[in-house]
Design a protein around this ligand. Structure first.
Ligand code: WTA
Length: 647
């Protein structure tokens, strides 16, 4: 593997932007953001063109972020209607079902329009109006995209809950957003097995207001329990509605969606994205980062339950009139060639996935890739966590055959779209680095302790952003103070990402991972506090502390230290019970990898758990335990080391 990979010449020739173009455009974007973004805003269709562009302040505690604040537009009209004149018969969505034998669907922009209008009319019939919240708990089926766009069309705010989350997590989010309707399906097939989604919804709705309605898509046809008062089949409701629906004019700053994401403390928070800035930023990054051109087939393997699915399966690609692939299945079923079969079948040109998937497939051997014709692929992308050199090399050599650029895109649920990423025709890649900032993004590296700006190019510290960009989250749903506190109070005057980073002599950024109590399991964010509160909710548990530890496939695994109640005895049966308990409370992705019985936890005299020490023990790195003299009872540490669990 080389240290640096220059842009591929054939790609530079056709790319939207080359190295000189990037430098000039980036300079313009930070020199005069008003003029820059006013010009870029023309890529959207406005009902009322904004006269105001940027009105933002990171001055603590009066954080206020408004873009295009007097503009009006509709997101669904931008993603569908405006394409009808030129590309009504072009495929908008290629849907690839879990089981390859079921056959793919090609949904044209015209079909998309009809389906979205019908679903919008059904939602209206259910009483949903502008500003109401609708929760989606869905498989990766076209109706998930229809539902998002149907909400956008009528001005409702969607909040997608990943279908792998438990009924408890779903109930919390339905209540947190005070949703009027939940949209789901009977079942969700994945890897040849179907989860009964509707059962989970029924469980969740027991804890929600009786008035919450449930709109059900028939996917598997499996038996489900029906709630006669509140449940509606989509196919039945659609038989009675018109197939056109006027898009509602929305203010650029009206919320488009809420997406709950984990933080370092407490319950997940509802990240709020608004209409104009978000769509513009998703569309623009999709075009430049992936060098998207008309006729390309773009595949992002994420789930729509995560922000990556929002921005790069649905909103970015469709705003650009693209053909986007939506995949219901998993990478390893029916066998480990599934991803590559799909690429071959649909002649995918840009492929975007997570390092954890690359590592899992790498482990299966390259023969699964080599049996497929991947000649259509021009570009590869990754997202979600730092990519390790072995996975990068495999992706580059085995999948990309050494001639596809790899874009390692750093961003977050909060940022709406890519903030630091190579642009394939412009920026040379260094394996493991997210490289350079996107237009309008001004990263800084601060000393973690003093908060001082690191003025040398070569620097290490925490990653913050100096000024707003249009795709930035605007607030935490129902709790603006939490927004201010979480992102703007540690380092005043900046947006704090929660990530650590290094900047090299060439000004390239290398993300080193979270510096807070958030762990990244298979590219999924999880607050250690969430897992801890699930554990202590079990009657046998008195106290729990959770940390991440390095895991070959998942990137990080979940390591739990558990102190039992008086009279409770550790046992293998209890261990399995606790693992299952967390799984039921949060979802399968939160299942602990390791549980260690801890008679005591290392605490300071003031009672604060010293997580740094617990992390080191979980990492099997005792040499660097650091100062333990401030502990109330230093002997606790020896016990934890002596009884360390895991490998
Ligand atoms: C991590 C996913 C290194 C990071 C879009 C961030 C990354 C968190 C990268 C956000 C990358 C994401 N390199 N780390 N290319 N991309 N991360 O909100 O720690 O699910 O803060 O958004 O993932 O995760 P989220």
């Amino acid at each position: 593997m080389k240290d640096i990979y220059e842009p591929v010449p054939e790609l530079v020739a056709r790319a939207h932007i080359d190295a000189a173009g990037y430098e000039a455009k980036y300079a313009a974007s930070v020199a005069d953001p008003e003029a820059f973004w006013a010009e870029e805003a023309k890529r959207l269709d406005w009902i009322k063109t904004p006269t105001k562009v940027k009105n933002t302040s990171f001055a603590y505690p009066d954080i206020s972020i408004k873009w295009f604040e007097d503009g009006e537009l509709n997101v669904a009209a931008n993603c569908i209607d405006r394409h009808l004149e030129t590309r009504a018969e072009q495929t908008a969505i290629i849907w690839e079902p879990d089981n390859p034998e079921e056959g793919a669907q090609h949904i044209t922009y015209r079909d998309l329009h009809t389906n979205v209008c019908k679903m919008a009319n059904v939602l209206k019939d259910l009483g949903v109006t502008k500003g109401d919240r609708v929760v989606l708990y869905m498989p990766m089926i076209p109706q998930a995209a229809y539902a998002m766009l149907a909400c956008a069309r009528i001005g409702a705010i969607h909040s997608i809950v990943f279908a792998g989350f438990s009924s408890d997590a779903l109930a919390n989010r339905v209540n947190g957003s005070q949703a009027k309707v939940v949209i789901t399906a009977d079942g969700a097939p994945r890897g040849g097995r179907a989860t009964n989604l509707k059962d989970n919804v029924n469980q969740a709705l027991l804890h929600c207001d009786d008035s919450v309605k449930c709109l059900v898509v028939r996917r598997t046809g499996q038996q489900i329990a029906w709630r006669p008062e509140g449940d509606v089949w989509l196919h039945e409701a659609e038989a009675n509605v018109a197939d056109t629906c006027e898009p509602v004019a929305m203010n650029a700053e009206d919320p488009l969606f809420i997406l709950y994401t984990s933080g370092s403390t407490g319950m997940p928070k509802g990240v709020v994205h608004t209409t104009g800035g978000y769509l513009l930023y998703a569309a623009m990054t999709h075009q430049y980062t992936f060098d998207y051109h008309d006729g390309d087939v773009f595949w992002c393997t994420a789930d729509v339950g995560w922000v990556t699915g929002h921005s790069y399966i649905v909103y970015g690609p469709l705003a650009n009139g693209a053909t986007t692939v939506m995949f219901e299945g998993v990478p390893t079923w029916p066998d480990a060639s599934r991803f590559w079969q799909v690429c071959e079948k649909h002649k995918v040109t840009q492929f975007y996935t997570a390092p954890t998937a690359i590592r899992a497939l790498m482990g299966k051997g390259k023969e699964w890739v080599e049996g497929c014709d991947l000649s259509s692929i021009r570009l590869l992308g990754t997202v979600g966590e730092p990519i390790n050199p072995e996975a990068w090399a495999w992706y580059n050599d085995v999948v990309g055959k050494g001639n596809c650029p790899i874009v390692d895109t750093w961003w977050q649920t909060e940022t709406g779209g890519h903030l630091i990423t190579p642009l394939p025709g412009a920026i040379a890649a260094k394996p493991g680095s997210a490289t350079k900032p996107f237009f309008g993004v001004q990263p800084e590296v601060l000393d973690a302790t003093t908060g001082e700006v690191q003025t040398e190019t070569q620097a290490e510290g925490v990653l913050v952003i100096k000024d707003s960009w249009p795709g930035q989250m605007r607030t935490v749903w129902g709790d603006h103070d939490r927004f201010v506190k979480t992102y703007f109070s540690d380092y005043k005057g900046y947006y704090f990402s929660g990530d650590g980073c290094r900047r090299d002599a060439d000004g390239y950024y290398w993300i080193t991972g979270r510096v807070d109590d958030v762990i990244n399991v298979s590219g999924h964010r999880m607050g250690t506090a969430e897992v801890e509160s699930a554990l202590v909710a079990h009657s046998a548990v008195s106290e729990a502390a959770v940390v991440g530890f390095p895991h070959d496939i998942k990137g990080q695994g979940i390591y739990c230290y558990v102190t039992l109640m008086e009279g409770q005895e550790p046992s293998d049966a209890l261990l399995v019970e606790l693992q299952n308990h967390v799984r039921t409370e949060i979802g399968p992705i939160a299942k602990p990898d390791v549980i260690q019985w801890a008679p005591g936890l290392p605490k300071t005299r003031s009672g604060k758990i010293m997580r740094r020490i617990l992390r080191k023990i979980a990492e099997n790195d005792y040499g660097a335990l650091g100062d333990t003299s401030t502990l109330a009872d230093p002997s606790v540490v020896d016990d934890l080391i002596a009884n360390r669990a895991g490998t």
